[in-house]
Design a protein around this ligand. Sequence first.
Ligand SMILES: O=C(O)CNC(=O)[C@H](CS)NC(=O)CCC(=O)C(=O)O
Length: 283
Amino acid sequence: MAIAAVGQICSTASMTHNLSQCVTLIQKAASAGAKALFLPEASDYIAPTAAETISLVQPASTSPFVLGLRSAARAASLPISVGIHEPSTSSKRVKNILIWIDANGEIAHRYQKLHLFDVEIKDGPILKESNSVEPGMEIPEPFDSAVGKVGSMICFDLRFPEISLALRKRGAQLLLYPSAFTVPTGIAHWSTLLRARAVETQSYVIAAAQCGMHNEAGTRRSYGHSVIVDPWGKVIAELGGAAEDGSWKEPEIAVADIDLDYLEKVRREMPLLRRTDVYPEIK
Ligand SMILES: O=C(O)CNC(=O)[C@H](CS)NC(=O)CCC(=O)C(=O)O
């Protein structure tokens, strides 16, 4: 058994402010005895417009946010999963990626978000992620960590079970959904989708979420409610959401034991054998 920590922050356009929230959580997770800390999508910054999202981007190799996290990870000897932006080499847009910083402070894995959030909900959020973000083109192999074999996804990917099933088939035991969910879609779908992905893949699901108002103009707000779900679909760690007015004060963590013997028991007792003779198998 090993402890995993899920962290919740409210990123703004200030990378310095966001780094300090993340470093606080690294210290909290290390004191709680966690073997890994999972941080939200776009932890480096959430900007009010597509143009600002593009203008703020920096290569991971020189970004003060990433360099700061790497040295904090090394000092605490704590691996960190964190969502950031990275420049694209082929277009003016940015990449929305999830990186794994190992206990030595090295970037050991990268995943680029496959599904982009383009929505226009009547009386609700209007967001066009593809204006500023270039979609990824592959599902990287799951990788080993002290808390189990990790399969990486990001936020809106949660709505596409194909990617989680593909990762499960390749050996993932933990599925990551670092997110910045909107409030209305969060209320309607967040917990149901996360628990469904855990149940149908018989895997731990770790969903670190952005929470609260991201800018002073009040134009962008996230749902929060970070969770860890076990392979039976039970919520074993959970954080709250923002107040009515969007305010939300302290970055925080929640922790849970990741029990891979339990995961094996769930998989053994209810084998989910796919009828690939009847429907085509997911590659
Ligand atoms: O803007 C950034 O810099 C970071 N990216 C995000 O916050 C992304 C794209 S706008 N948010 C989501 O995918 C929310 C999905 C969602 O809310 C749902 O599926 O219901």
